[in-house]
Design a binder for this molecule. Structure first.
Ligand code: SF4
Length: 241
């Protein structure tokens, strides 16, 4: 498979798994086009409000080093307690917030990250519509926000074409033979985005599909027999399975 085939990979994944409806919004679960967990398949018009953008940004931090299920539990709890606003998070004590978000793991660190990010949102408030639009460098300057989280926020909360690179993406793209491995985050991102149209909807769906594929087939120990990307995959062709 050559690097120019990335769009073919995308199409095959979309055909196999269908639209994924990321980023889920728990606050809208079960309403309108949202399913019971807040996924909105094929509808890229969300988020629409500052509150929804903030929910996604909080989720991007909460899901660091844990599953979305754990992060989702916390998001629902914060919503239920009326705490999912920058002002509420800023006001609550670090220790108390830590107890609310315990289920997401690393809760002391994450409580600090959430408070820093909430303060940042409050500072952006009023600059333009909603909480304003952060620059990538501004997010990266915040403690606890690395490139993957920053790009997740920019892509899913602000609908900007920032391709998210995570461990799943690195593993899949390396096995397909599209990168040599060992690239920095930014180098890897450039290699991928250089071969794709720069479109928010495409990046948004592609990342979600990669996660789905990597969980279903391209696991640490890959399940290649039924993988939709088998034909043309270097790893499979080389007989490493
Ligand atoms: S064929 Fe195997 S190694 Fe290749 S992408 Fe699919 S699961 Fe991963």
């Amino acid at each position: 498979m050559t690097a120019s085939d990335l769009i073919v990979v995308y199409r095959r994944l979309l055909e196999s798994f269908g639209p994924q409806g990321w980023w889920p919004l728990s606050s809208l679960a079960g309403s309108g086009s949202f399913d019971g967990r807040g996924y909105h398949r094929g509808d890229f018009s969300y988020p629409r409000t500052a509150g929804q953008r903030f929910e996604i940004a909080m989720g991007a931090v909460l899901t660091q080093n844990t599953t979305w299920k754990n992060a989702e539990k916390v998001i629902k709890k914060l919503i239920g307690c009326g705490l999912l606003t920058p002002r509420a998070i800023s006001r609550i004590s670090l220790a108390e917030l830590g107890q609310y978000i315990r289920a997401s793991g690393y809760y002391n660190q994450k409580a600090k990250k959430l408070k820093i990010l909430s303060d940042f949102f409050l500072k952006m408030e009023g600059r333009s519509s909603g909480y304003g639009q952060p620059a990538r460098e501004q997010l990266l300057a915040l403690w606890g926000i690395g490139p993957e989280t920053a790009d997740s926020i920019l892509l899913y909360a602000y609908q900007l074409p920032h391709f998210v690179v995570d461990a799943y993406t690195r593993r899949l793209v390396a096995r397909l033979g599209l990168v040599s491995g060992g690239e920095s985050y930014d180098q890897f991102q450039l290699l991928v985005t250089g071969r794709l149209p720069r479109e928010y909807e495409l990046y948004s769906e592609f990342h979600a599909l990669i996660v789905r594929q990597a969980k279903s087939y391209c696991r640490r120990k890959p399940l290649c027999a039924d993988c939709p990307l088998r034909s043309g995959c270097n790893y499979f062709t080389a007989g490493e399975v």
